[in-house]
Design a protein around this ligand. Structure first.
Ligand SMILES: Nc1ncnc2c1ncn2[C@@H]1O[C@H](COP(=O)(O)OP(=O)(O)OP(=O)(O)O)[C@@H](O)[C@H]1O
Length: 333
């Protein structure tokens, strides 16, 4: 049992003392210890060339570590058969590498077919997965990759990675090749999907905003493959371990806090004299300040109703957001 009284989740991926020195002498990763719990989404973030992709590829043995051990679900990956190992690990990369001359449905069917499923079962699974990632099979299943937008191709990549229903998903800059608006949409869709599927996910990005938004925990890598800090987004923003992390997290960090600080009951004004009908869109009490602010900005009345379950518990105004943000900054000062 942990401090919250619930049983701690199993460790699904464990890296112990992992290092990688390439043949030319480049040290890409140094003495890395990292644990990822079952069902957790961990984001590796850091500047270009700091060893994030190397770390990811060591987990599915596309790259062999020079030192240390990597375990998945208690099994040492270096002694596992690499082909069987990769069956349990979905892999999504930025250049998703769809087969250009195969239809979308066939692209997604490849993996189940490889594992000996019948054509009919593989097709049914592919159709289900296309639906899951928000691509209408009727419209898209029989298209070729070049007939899709970048964001749609990216979703096919995610569908294909999920085709074997792997417990672990590795994603290398999965939302990197699309414009910022599509990127945000894909991030949100993936978060929704992850809430449903509960996979153990390790994702690489160089974008700290994406890391803070997506990660249950975030590992900040520094030059030379050194792990500078590993913690929840709030821990990282609230207490950077050193100057490097503080710099990387950036000067806009008080604004970034909006996405990790929850609304508090004491930031609300009472409902006095305001009827539910007078309010625009309502938000839930467990929203983040970012959600709250987004709704406030859309609303001409300058206030938004806050619900707990079906019950209205108060009204949030810009003053309330300001108070909550100030309080959260004061807490870590
Ligand atoms: N095959 C290789 N041989 C030699 N050095 C390599 C090889 N692959 C990567 N490196 C070097 O290892 C270091 C880490 O590379 P890696 O791709 O893991 O970084 P990254 O953090 O994922 O970078 P980016 O964000 O730019 O993708 C870099 O200095 C890179 O030049």
């Amino acid at each position: 049992m942990d401090a919250t009284g619930s049983a701690p989740a199993n460790v699904m991926i464990r890296l112990s003392g992992v290092g990688k020195r390439y043949d030319d002498g480049t040290v890409a990763v140094q003495d890395l210890d990292l644990e990822v719990r079952e069902g957790e989404m961990v984001v590796l973030v850091g500047p270009s060339g700091c060893g994030k992709s190397t770390t990811l590829k060591m987990i599915n043995r596309l790259i062999e570590p020079s030192t240390g051990t990597i375990e998945i679900d208690g099994q040492d990956v270096t002694t596992a058969d690499p082909v069987r190992l990769r069956r349990g690990i979905g892999y999504v990369i930025q250049q998703i590498g769809l087969f250009p001359h195969q239809r979308i449905v066939t692209n997604v069917m490849t993996v189940p077919l490889l594992y000996g499923e019948s054509k009919a079962t593989a097709r049914a699974r592919a159709v289900e997965l296309l639906e899951l990632v928000g691509l209408d099979p009727e419209r898209y299943a029989d298209r070729f990759p070049h007939q899709l937008s970048g964001g749609q191709r990216q979703r096919v990549g995610v569908a294909r990675a999920l085709a074997a229903d792997p417990p672990v998903l590795l994603m290398d800059e999965p939302f990197g090749a699309v414009d910022p608006i599509v990127r945000v949409r894909l991030q949100e869709e993936f978060l929704r999907l992850q809430r449903e599927l509960g996979k153990t996910v390790v994702m690489v990005t160089h974008d700290i905003d994406e890391a803070v938004k997506m990660g249950d925990r975030v590992a900040v890598f520094a030059e030379g493959g050194r792990l500078a800090q590993y913690g929840t987004p709030a821990e990282l923003l609230g207490g950077p371990a050193d100057e490097f992390v503080a710099d990387f997290v950036g000067s806009e960090k008080s604004l970034r806090r909006l996405s990790v600080v929850p609304l508090r009951r004491e930031d609300l004004e009472p409902m006095d004299g305001v009827s539910a009908g007078q309010l625009g869109a309502a938000i839930d009490l467990d929203s983040t300040l970012e959600d709250a602010l987004t709704h406030l900005l859309r609303d001409d009345r300058g206030m938004v109703g806050v619900r707990e379950g079906a019950q209205f518990v108060g009204v949030l105004t810009p003053d309330g957001v300001h108070r909550a943000l100030r309080a959260s900054l004061a807490e870590q000062a």
